[in-house]
Design a protein around this ligand. Sequence first.
Ligand SMILES: Cc1cc2nc3c(=O)[nH]c(=O)nc-3n(C[C@H](O)[C@H](O)[C@H](O)COP(=O)(O)O)c2cc1C
Length: 438
Amino acid sequence: MTRRVPPRGSGCVLPESADVPDSFRKRVADSYERFATSGLPENLEEFLLEEFALDVSTEYAGRPIRNPWGKASGQLSMTSGQVREDVEAGLGFVVLKTVIAQDEAGEQSMDAWAIREARMQVEKITGKLTGQPGWTVTWKGRGWWQPFEDYLTLIREAREISSHAAAEGSRDATLIVPSCKYHLPAPGEAEWKTAEYEYSTQRFLEAWGASSDEPMPLEKDFSPTLAGSDLAAAREQILNWLHEVPALIRAGAGDQATSLRVGLKLFNAMFDDAFQLELLDLIHNGESERRPDFFIYGNRLFDPAWEFDGKVGVAYGGPDLSARNLRVMSAFTSKDEPHPRPQPRLPWSATGDIGTGQMAIEYALRGATSFQLHTFFQLPASEYRMKSGSRTQRAMHELYFHPDTGFVVWAEHLRQQSDSPESVARVADLAVHIGDRL
Ligand SMILES: Cc1cc2nc3c(=O)[nH]c(=O)nc-3n(C[C@H](O)[C@H](O)[C@H](O)COP(=O)(O)O)c2cc1C
């Protein structure tokens, strides 16, 4: 069994090794070995509850989900076949690839983003901040490049697959989440193309079958589209986007606004941590109609000098990404900050270099209630101990059951520090409770 060393950056608060009884670790190791050949149990959540007294139910966008694991938006959630595999593997939620918004006439102001990826490269990376080894995926593509109608079909099919599987297995459905890149004016541009917000949002809601009883979560993808802009202007513009976009999406939904939950996927801008905190403050502190319902943090880092396939400047992930995200979210949630952080905080779904249960718990201790992964679902087969089943199942096996870095041992570590270590632990509650003491 390989020891997967977690990236240790300036942000980590957990010790190197989980403080759990040897007998507990041994039981986890047995499950790890057994499931590596037999495959994961049919109802994993029930197994975790019965065997380890762990309740992994949690929430995403304020909606209940049966476990915290999700597929992050990207190349691995573009087809109904991919969604089916994730539903079968039992993910709590799947965020579909980002589509580029359009208006009724099919105009897309962000069409430069509707580019097919030429090549993706999964490669090892050493964190510049942490010196730790990890993985990143480099590529040149951007958003959904097929017709918009095909994306609506994907939403419909994904919803059907998920509800069908839930009915068959009598368990909660995998939550399906569309993702969209709407028009964002560049610095100096005043006009917002609201027709794109209206047309696209309404089509998503229809395809999803949203209602106020069952609202549709939607992720708004912001990516650094400001290359070449004057830096000060870029800062102003990013703040302006975050201020305007939630209300524009809700207005776009018209009388269906109550059937929608708006999430902003914040990215790591090329400025300092103070700017990231300014973004987080802004989305929490606005008037209620301007606030998103939830947020996702934090999408990739950008290296302006990295060249890939003739393109200079690429987004990347790995240990530096988690180190930065954890550092910023520690500062955001710290009680020691000079100015008070907002209470309550918006629901938060974490993304960025989550490749172990331990890393997921680091994020949970800073308030994340769900984890969305891309890179870890894309590693070479040799990186997973389980040799059969889909890539998602193999990844889940590592994430839960690795005896040193898995979610089960680290959840137990939290339970051992709680006030009532004997009772069944709901990991999401434990993390909030213990995170508040940090
Ligand atoms: C190949 C690739 C494609 C991606 N496409 C999108 C996208 O379309 N929309 C989006 O919001 N994020 C996209 N992302 C970002 C991921 O959803 C994720 O937030 C990010 O990679 C950090 O998670 P990770 O470290 O687990 O990869 C993409 C990432 C990769 C590597």
